[in-house]
Design a protein around this ligand. Structure first.
Ligand code: DMJ
Length: 449
């Protein structure tokens, strides 16, 4: 009998992990395939949208966020090319950015988006390549964004004009207020100018101090008065990366105050937002003052949390939540923007090519070495190819139920989605996970100071 079982295993008839060598060559094959899909998308961007912010994959055209381009996709994709070893593309894109990108424009931009995509992208590419022109651009951008923080509370306005420093948008949210310190802090540490760190830290601290007596934050707040405008608490868009940065700033800067803020925040998150009543572990919505459940919604953005929990050392919750994320993905074969996890129906059926569920698989694989996360990554990749691939890059879906495509491909598809997928399958030495901290746009920052 024993002999039969061994024979069956050798013949691959029983399920089980592949032998190490076979696993490695399968991973290498998948990493190569992800890289090929990156190139397919990058070439489409270069053909139809070069010099513009974003590719529109259905109309084979482009979109600029502010009517004029900041080369957002090229900027966001640069460090992915470096990591994938696409040297020629990376060199020519870096040269283009260094010689064409200018922030001296009379344009009112979103402080948060320019911080995570441009400041983060410039700093990580500077650290990877040593090109001082990227650091000068980062510093110039940092200086132009600083006026955003000149509110009575120190929490930034939503928009700032890059030329005049004029601000607008008094109602902001924890994500946009609290997801700035990795980038401003790294800029401060690299340049030795403390204003960047102190200003972003001050904003984060101001927000943290306004948390409710039970330790939760709401979803919108007036940065002039400090009054909460939206009191629903959750981990989806508008709040998500606030939690991510409390932990990651503790890690990158060894900032004890951030560590304390993270520890004081994750307890209430697990007490009031976590929800095991519908089968499996989810994080829903609750009132920030009472902790009372307000909605059983979870979505593609919320799928960042398994990664953050794992990074904090809570592997059990990270694993459990990623299993729920997988159920969300498998409900329609690809995840919706918002799912009611009690009824398992899509409440917002779009899929914006988001990376978070893949990012979490990558983190969990790093910490556990469990091949389950490789298999998940493969499933996510297969769905992306099946439902989102077009002749001109990849397209978001307007409806995961019908699989109807939308004419949109945000820059984070190249900055994050394909980068995390590649890193999941690539050999660990491709990037020393322990030596970097990814910003929320997947730009790895290294502690060089
Ligand atoms: C990215 O811009 C960032 O990851 C942000 O934190 C959330 N939204 C997108 C990706 O989904």
């Amino acid at each position: 009998m024993r002999i039969m079982i061994v024979a069956a295993m050798l013949g691959g008839l029983l399920p089980g992990p592949p032998v190490a060598g076979a696993q490695q060559s399968e991973d290498a094959r998948l990493a190569g395939e992800v890289r090929a899909e990156f190139l397919h998308t990058w070439h489409a961007y270069k053909t139809y949208a070069w010099g513009h912010d974003e590719l529109r994959p259905l109309s084979a055209s482009y979109r600029d966020w502010y009517g004029e381009s900041f080369y957002m996709t090229a900027m966001d994709a640069l460090d992915t090319m470096v990591l994938m070893g696409l040297k020629e593309e990376a060199d020519s894109t870096r040269e283009f950015i260094a010689t064409h990108l200018s922030f001296d424009r009379d344009v009112s931009v979103k402080n948060f988006e320019f911080t995570i995509r441009f400041l983060g992208g410039l700093l990580s590419s500077y650290q990877m390549t040593g090109d001082g022109r990227l650091l000068r651009l980062a510093r110039d951008l940092g200086d132009r964004l600083l006026p955003a923080f000149r509110s009575p509370t120190g929490m930034p306005y939503v928009n700032v004009n890059l030329k005049t420093g004029a601000v607008r948008g008094t109602v902001s949210n924890p994500a946009e207020i609290g997801t700035l310190l990795l980038e401003f802090g790294a800029l401060g540490r690299i340049t030795g100018d403390p204003r960047y760190y102190d200003t972003a830290k001050n904003a984060l601290r101001a927000l943290y101090r306004l948390r409710s007596p039970i330790g939760l934050v709401g979803e919108s707040i007036d940065v002039e008065s400090g009054r909460w405008v939206g009191k629903e608490s959750h981990v989806t868009g508008g709040i998500d990366s606030y939690y991510e940065y409390l932990l990651k700033c503790a890690r990158l800067f060894d900032d004890e105050e951030c560590r304390r803020m993270w520890l004081a925040s994750v307890g209430p998150l697990n007490a009031y937002i976590a929800d095991s009543s519908a089968g499996g572990l989810w994080y829903g919505h609750a009132d920030m003052t009472t902790g009372k459940r307000t909605a059983t919604l979870f979505g593609s953005l919320d799928a960042f949390l398994p990664a953050v929990l794992a990074l904090s050392g809570d592997i059990r919750r990270g694993r459990d939540l990623e299993e729920s994320c997988l159920r969300m993905w498998e409900r329609y074969g690809i995840e919706p923007e918002q799912l009611d996890y009690r009824t398992m129906t899509a409440k917002d059926p779009g899929y914006a090519l988001r990376p978070e569920i893949i990012e979490s698989a990558y983190y969990l694989y790093h910490f556990t070495h469990d091949g389950r996360y490789l298999r998940m990554g493969r499933e996510f990749f297969d769905s992306l190819k099946k439902y989102c691939r077009t002749d001109a890059g990849y397209a978001a879906l307007s409806d995961v139920v019908s699989k109807k495509k939308a004419d949109s491909m945000e820059s984070f598809f190249l900055a994050e989605t394909l980068k995390y997928l590649y890193l999941l399958f690539a050999p660990p030495e491709t990037l020393d996970f322990d030596a970097v901290t990814f910003n929320t746009e997947a730009h790895p920052l290294r502690r060089t100071w």
